[in-house]
Design a protein around this ligand. Structure first.
Ligand code: SF4
Length: 460
């Protein structure tokens, strides 16, 4: 046997025992597998977290969490029991060391962020913004982002069954937090969805629709089915992707009879029309892939849809090592039949510096995970460059590692650049976390903050 940097081995999935948590000691398997029970018992605040975890959760942790919610959080707390149960999967909350293990847990780090997780020096990059991908600027109609030539993103609703601390759509998705108010759609839901369908009928160049939110698992099934049926009736649509982190966060939803029967109807109609329907989910850590998640993914494939794919997010402290990424990919591929597809670099939203990696780190990780998985299942690490779109991390055009600025170009116009002659020759910047830069680079940013260094001049 040759000694390899990564040692592949199959690992059987396990559903951690939820009864180890004092608050769930009497919860039956039937309750656990009910989507209704899961929704009713989501953890939405510190009081509920204390009730579930019991006295093993330290006061220091609670104060840390409370401070984060007051001063930093861009997302309110919403953690389904299924997700909470995958944190510290083998630790007993009554044993010493439970809080330390929770602090270190990869799923906790992005689902229940605490103040001490964040950078004290640069909690946010100076160029971090709400709606950092400028999706609302590119709305063709409200909630329908037309950024790429042949594909659109339909944001059907602004809620999810779970809220991730690093959510890119923190501008729109979820409840307001003490520091972040949320954008509200102006049109009512049905008017918005009707306007989307009308736009797609009138725009034959679009062939691919990402049906997202939020998370489509929060739309009543009949409304989602009606929308996808309408999409299937649009002649030019060839690909439909349903975006739902809940396939992992609340697989009980996708295992429900109504949802499975409805997806089977959509799958049948799609095959008749020669259209592909796929589910895109969002799993960041191998421990989140449990037997229930695998069952839900299999149930989706059994309805006749084309595929279930994963779009994870690369996050420091969560999955920023080749081992973590390969363990995740193999758990998805081998045990749950979910295709590892993309790993996004964490977007430049406020408060995200402690999660973000530099471009160089992302390139290194891409290199380290090559060659272990089949090519079709090797996730591509991508940088979603504002005003550009997804680029593979090695597609950078030039890279100033002193100031931590990468420059990118593109080969298509977004929906707002019809008359922009420079759109295809301009370089678009993206920024590394400042605390990772050499000292003179960090100094440049500090000087800039104090008005002592010039603003960046980019090609207009
Ligand atoms: S599931 Fe997706 S849309 Fe919802 S909070 Fe998480 S990252 Fe945001």
């Amino acid at each position: 046997m040759i000694d390899q940097p990564y040692a592949y081995q199959r690992r059987e999935l396990t559903e951690p025992d939820w009864r180890r948590f004092p608050g769930w000691a009497d919860v039956t398997a039937a309750q656990w597998e009910s989507a209704q029970w899961q929704r009713a018992h989501c953890v939405k605040n510190l009081r509920q977290l204390r009730q579930v975890a019991g006295p093993g959760l330290s006061e220091a942790f609670c104060a840390d969490l409370e401070r984060d919610q007051r001063e930093r959080a861009t997302m309110s707390m919403l953690v389904p029991p299924q997700m909470l149960n995958t944190m510290v999967p083998t630790a007993d909350p009554g044993e010493p060391g439970f809080t330390d293990a929770l602090y270190a847990d990869p799923v906790r780090r992005y689902m229940i962020p605490v103040f001490s997780d964040r950078r004290a020096d640069w909690p946010s990059h100076p160029y971090a913004t709400r709606d950092s991908l400028h999706e609302a600027e590119m709305w063709a109609v409200e909630g329908l982002t037309h950024r790429y030539p042949t594909k659109v993103l339909a944001e059907l609703l602004p809620t999810c069954p779970q809220y991730c601390g690093h959510c890119t759509r923190m501008d729109l998705v979820g409840n307001p937090t003490p520091t972040i108010g949320k954008h509200k759609f102006g049109l009512g839901r049905d008017d918005r969805l009707a306007a989307m369908i009308a736009y797609l009928k009138a725009t034959p160049g679009v062939r691919d629709v990402v049906v997202s939110g939020g998370d489509v698992a929060n739309l009543p099934w009949p409304r989602l089915e009606a929308f996808v049926t309408d999409l299937l009736d649009v002649e030019n649509i060839r690909d439909i992707r349903l975006a739902t982190k809940a396939l992992m966060g609340m697989p009980q939803h996708w295992l429900g009879d109504e949802v499975r029967a409805g997806l089977e109807r959509l799958g049948t109609r799609a095959r008749e029309r020669g259209v592909s329907i796929a589910i895109h989910t969002h799993v960041n850590a191998a421990q989140s892939v449990t037997p229930l998640v695998a069952r839900a993914a299999q149930a989706m494939l059994d309805t006749g849809i084309r595929d279930v794919r994963n779009q994870g997010v690369l996050l420091r402290g969560v999955n920023d090592s080749p081992e973590a990424l390969l363990d995740l990919s193999f758990a998805l591929l081998d045990e749950a039949k979910i295709m590892p597809y993309y790993l996004y670099m964490c977007d430049m939203i406020p408060g995200s510096e402690h999660w973000r990696l530099s471009l160089a780190e992302a390139q290194h990780l891409q290199h380290r995970i090559m060659g272990y998985l089949p090519g079709f299942a090797t996730p591509r690490i991508v940088c979603d460059v504002p005003y550009v779109g997804k680029r593979w991390v090695h597609q950078v055009s030039r890279y100033d590692t002193d100031l931590g600025i990468s420059y990118w170009t593109k080969n298509y116009r977004t929906g707002i650049e019809a008359g922009d002659e420079l759109a295809l020759s301009r370089e678009y910047p993206y920024y590394d976390p400042i605390y990772l830069l050499p000292s003179h680079g960090q100094q440049w940013w500090r000087d800039r903050d104090r008005g002592r260094a010039p603003e960046l001049t980019l090609v207009p």
